[in-house]
Ligand binder design. Structure first.
Ligand code: ZN
Length: 207
């Protein structure tokens, strides 16, 4: 954080739950445009306002594929629900991690070192799982945050080891906030990243 920009005031889109917000992060638009409105949406409940030739609302992967044909891209995701929210044919490397955050992290480290992708998306399930099963802002939840921090540290080290740190931007964000074991009601708490739930790292290189 010392070398970057950060805020505890970022807001998610409503409703504050997973697929809605991951779709918004990956597609750069809100639910009234992309149409995913539930925590576990697999298809848009509202017809997407537009679609690409890949059959989905345009997302980061098809934008990269259209603009940089040779760019290598990768996505590694712990929660299977991510698998419905991006254009598979537009991505070079796809790994579904079956809720195993350490596997997802180690796999991403290997991909970064071996492939040096132009764009990498890593989804980690924690601390969302613990937030929902034990409670947000509990000791167990903060313990998971420590583990997330260690995983992000591995990604940062991989970027350094790959020799691409000077041309890489790493973005870390949550998809939604939480209160108790739930997503909260429609109040500010749940749309602020301070009560962060799932975490992920984007890695983007300039070459
Ligand atoms: Zn959640």
């Amino acid at each position: 954080m010392a070398n970057g920009s950060w805020t505890t005031q970022a807001r998610c889109v409503l409703p504050s739950s997973s697929a809605v917000n991951w779709a918004s992060l990956l597609m750069g638009a809100g639910p009234t445009e992309h149409g995913y409105t539930e925590w576990d949406s697999k298809v848009p409940e509202i017809p997407s306002i537009t679609k690409t030739s890949y059959g989905l609302f345009p997302g980061i992967f098809s934008v990269i594929r259209d603009q940089k044909k040779q760019a290598k891209t990768a996505i590694v995701y712990s929660w299977s629900g991510i698998g419905y929210l991006f254009e598979k044919e537009a991505v070079n490397i796809i790994v579904s991690g079956n809720d195993k955050d350490d596997f997802c992290t180690d796999t991403t480290v290997a991909i970064i070192k071996r492939e040096k992708p132009y764009f990498t998306f890593l989804h980690l399930d924690e601390p969302d799982g613990t937030g929902h099963s034990i409670g947000h802002r509990t000791l167990a939840y903060y313990k998971q945050l420590e583990l997330v921090d260690q995983r992000i540290g591995k990604i940062v080290k991989a970027v350094n080891d790959a020799g691409i740190a000077d041309e890489t931007v790493i973005l870390v964000t949550a998809d939604h906030g939480g209160k108790g074991r739930g997503h909260g009601v429609n109040r500010l708490m749940k749309c602020r990243s301070r009560g962060l739930s799932q975490a992920l790292a984007f890695v983007k290189t300039t070459n």
